[in-house]
Design a protein around this ligand. Structure first.
Ligand SMILES: *[C@@H]1O[C@H](CO)[C@@H](O)[C@H](O)[C@H]1NC(C)=O
Ligand SMILES: *[C@@H]1O[C@H](CO)[C@@H](O)[C@H](O)[C@H]1NC(C)=O
Ligand SMILES: *[C@@H]1O[C@H](CO)[C@@H](O)[C@H](O)[C@H]1NC(C)=O
Length: 512
């Protein structure tokens, strides 16, 4: 049966989009995998042909839930009632901090939302988050507009949508949460939003599914790299640590000659600041976040470790090849492969430098710029600065990268708001929405041991929450949000177990 589903999964010709190259100067956002699937004709259970799942619907969302008289904006959504039968639940998900184009697979049973819909005879909705993609209260991402981008407004959007939207399906005006169970689903930041919404607005969503939900806002989030270090190939981890220790050593000593030689070896002699160089090397570790059980050997992270560890067809032992070869191999990888992948033909300082505040990547307020909107949320509320661990702990990124390195971006991007690198209000967020202290009824948490965001989820070492039948916590061996994709379960039985447990919980909760 597992084999059969593997074959089905592969024959779907799903492509895990490695998407467009993210903006090089921005660090990794906690996002869910975008899964492209071809459009096809879908029918409802009684055979009626349904509109294409690529059809975009619009909802008149309040700009400011505290001041409804400010008016509304158009919030995009997508919907499928392929599996819907009267009385079934409505399953609402938002992709979170992303343009929602290309997330229509989350309406189908290729993903967990559709799997829940199929099992429970429900309808599935993908709602674009405010200030991402084409769902913008105002037509720019200026500081003035972004004042309406807060966690609370995003929570209120979900609630107001559920309570007032007239859905395009037959009978879609009569399925409000008062009479119909609504299930909120999200992954990553949106997985946290699922938890935060159920804490903050109890009684609206009947049940929730939070995949890799980063529920605890953390400013100095150095533990981002802990699962990476733990689960990456040992030899690669050893060699990366050796190179990073060397970089930190020549930096601490103020050995500018050695620093210049190292930058030049990587083809990054054009970068004037050492912290930008250290951040460039961090990019290779960020690539871990793009891994999924379905990733092949061509995934960038694996290419990176192969470049460091496989010499003449032989791989290094767990201790790696040692500093000298590792520097040489990492540097060649940058020159031969990685620079072009990240920067194309752009010069190093333009591509990777963060000190020229006149660059359009800082100043351009045009909408549909996920990096800019997310940076706003990072700077104000959630932090998650992906910094180096405390001195003395094993490190795969440099000590040069303290939280202030990323907090500087806040000043560069939003000088009207921040005159100095801010400390995000993580304490307030965790107090308001309970972070690791979440305790709500009928909320399922799915996490992955290899997820770099693991230490911000309820599966973190620091979280005091334990799994109960009202609020189950399941951990598989997956990566970030792996359980959201059916194909991950087909390829990894620990992820499959998490998906089954989630579906079982929904069945139990909806049976009542
Ligand atoms: C079939 O289902 C659609 C809703 O999906 C409904 O509008 C239509 O009336 C149904 N037709 C029959 C014959 O039950
Ligand atoms: C997924 O849904 C399609 C209809 O869209 C159906 O043909 C297929 O059998 C379903 N897959 C599984 C594994 O249930
Ligand atoms: C060494 O690195 C290679 C290439 O990434 C990997 O396939 C192998 O499992 C690693 N071996 C050890 C012992 O870490």
């Amino acid at each position: 049966m597992i084999l059969a589903s593997v074959l089905t999964a592969l024959s779907l010709l799903v492509t895990l989009a490695d998407a467009a190259v993210p903006h090089p100067i921005l660090s990794g956002r906690p996002t869910i995998p975008r899964l492209s699937i071809p459009d096809r004709v879908l029918t409802s259970p009684n055979g009626t042909v349904l509109p294409s799942i690529k059809t975009v619907y619009n909802f008149d969302q309040l700009i400011d839930h505290d001041h409804p008289n400010l008016g509304t904006f158009r919030q995009r959504y997508w919907m499928s009632w392929e599996f819907y039968e009267p009385g079934g639940p409505i399953i609402l998900m938002t992709p979170g901090e992303e343009n929602a184009d290309g997330f229509d697979s989350y309406l189908t049973n290729a993903t967990i939302t559709g799997m829940i819909a199929q099992q429970q005879h429900g309808a599935a909705i993908v709602l674009e988050h405010r200030f991402f993609g084409e769902s913008n209260p105002y037509n720019d991402l200026s500081v003035k507009s972004l004042e309406y981008l807060t966690i609370q407004q995003a929570i209120d959007d979900l609630v107001y949508f559920a309570q007032t939207a007239t859905l395009p399906m037959p009978g879609g005006g009569n399925v409000k949460p008062k009479t119909t169970p609504w299930i909120l689903v999200g992954g990553s930041y949106a997985g946290a939003l699922t938890s935060w919404t159920m804490v903050n607005k109890p009684g609206v969503f009947y049940a929730g599914y939070s995949s890799s939900g980063v529920v605890e806002a953390i400013s100095d989030f150095y533990d981002y790299f802990t699962p990476v270090r733990e689960y990456m190939p040992k030899n690669c981890s050893s060699d990366v640590q050796a190179v990073i220790a060397y970089l930190d050593q020549i930096y601490d000593k103020g050995d500018t000659v050695a620093q210049r030689l190292l930058k030049e070896a990587f083809g990054l002699g054009g970068l004037s600041h050492m912290d930008d160089f250290a951040a460039a090397l961090r990019r290779n570790l960020f690539d871990w976040q793009k891994l999924q059980p379905a990733s092949g050997p061509g995934a960038m992270f694996y290419k990176f470790c192969d470049a460091l560890e496989v010499k003449n067809g032989v791989s290094a032992p767990a201790t790696g090849w040692g500093l000298e070869y590792a520097v040489h191999a990492w540097a060649s990888f940058w020159k031969n492969t990685y620079y072009a992948h990240l920067c194309g033909n752009t010069a190093a300082e333009d591509c990777l430098g963060t000190y020229d505040t006149t660059k359009s990547s800082w100043t351009n307020p045009t909408v549909n710029n996920a990096g800019r909107s997310w940076t706003w949320m990072v700077c104000n509320q959630v932090g998650y600065f992906q910094a180096s661990p405390p001195k003395g702990q094993p490190a795969i990124i440099s000590q040069i990268l303290q939280p202030i390195y990323d907090a500087r971006r806040c000043v560069n991007m939003f000088p009207e708001k921040f005159s100095t690198p801010p400390t995000p209000a993580v304490g307030d967020v965790n107090l308001l929405y309970h972070g690791w202290n979440v305790g709500v009824d009928k909320l399922f948490f799915a996490n992955g041991l290899r997820d770099p965001w693991r230490e911000a989820t309820v599966s973190a070492a620091g979280s005091g929450v334990s799994s109960t039948s009202a609020q189950p916590i399941y951990e598989g061996g997956g990566f970030h949000c792996s359980d959201m994709l059916r194909v991950s379960g087909a390829l990894d039985k620990t992820v499959y177990a998490v998906q089954l447990a989630g579906l079982e919980s929904m069945k139990m909760w909806l049976a009542k």
